[in-house]
Design a protein around this ligand. Structure first.
Ligand code: SF4
Length: 200
């Protein structure tokens, strides 16, 4: 289910209160203006870019996942390397269990309190920049296991960039989450640990 963020009414927005009546303030979901579109098309036509954009493109096209399969969701995660889903299309075929050569942690399945410390250790061993996907209801919120043994959401111990809903999410849903992560990286959105200011 797509989550929609409710925008504050115009009168609540500080810039609108100050009397600014630009389209950006009155119509924030409008998208890029004509000038911005023209600049983007000129950049595309001439092949111009910036170092930041080139690095972001390279990073998004070579994300190496570290697996952290803990339960039933892991079976769905494993299948994304198969020929049917073929994660190698995104430069992600190196699906390893070596945190020092990985920059994406896919947590799939329920995390018990006993596994929380090893999971955090694996995360700490990954080099920056690094990202985390919480795959499935259990990793995202504890799922149906609302009890004393299961961590109620992996974001209590590591900063999560993408939550993939479902029980279990199909491989297509995980691919959707991965593509959304690529879009965030290319758009220059910082990793979750920078946004939350935690977990170096
Ligand atoms: S979300 Fe569902 S499929 Fe995934 S680990 Fe939990 S119970 Fe298993």
């Amino acid at each position: 289910m797509a989550l929609t963020r409710r925008l504050p009414v115009i009168s609540d927005r500080p810039l609108a209160k100050a009397g600014l009546k630009s389209e950006r303030v009155l119509w924030p979901a409008r998208g890029p203006g004509v000038f911005e579109q023209e600049v983007a098309s000129i950049e595309d036509a001439l092949g111009l870019t910036t170092v930041g954009k080139a690095v972001a493109w390279a990073q998004s096209s070579s994300v190496w996942p570290d697996t952290f399969g803990l339960a039933c969701c892991a079976i769905e995660m494993m299948s994304i390397v198969s020929s049917r889903y073929d994660i190698a299309r995104f430069g992600m075929e190196r699906f390893s269990s070596s945190p020092r050569q990985a920059d994406l942690l896919i947590v799939s399945g329920r995390v018990t309190h006993k596994m929380a410390a090893p999971l955090r250790q694996v995360y700490d061993q990954m080099l920056e920049p690094k990202w985390v996907i919480a795959m499935g209801a259990c990793a995202s919120s504890g799922g149906m296991f609302n009890n004393y043994t299961v961590l109620q959401g992996v974001d209590k111990i590591v900063p999560v960039d993408i939550h993939v809903p479902g029980c279990p999410p199909r491989p297509e849903a995980l691919m959707e989450g991965i593509i959304r992560l690529h879009e965030k990286i290319r758009a220059g959105v910082p990793p979750a640990y920078e946004i939350r200011g935690v977990a170096q």
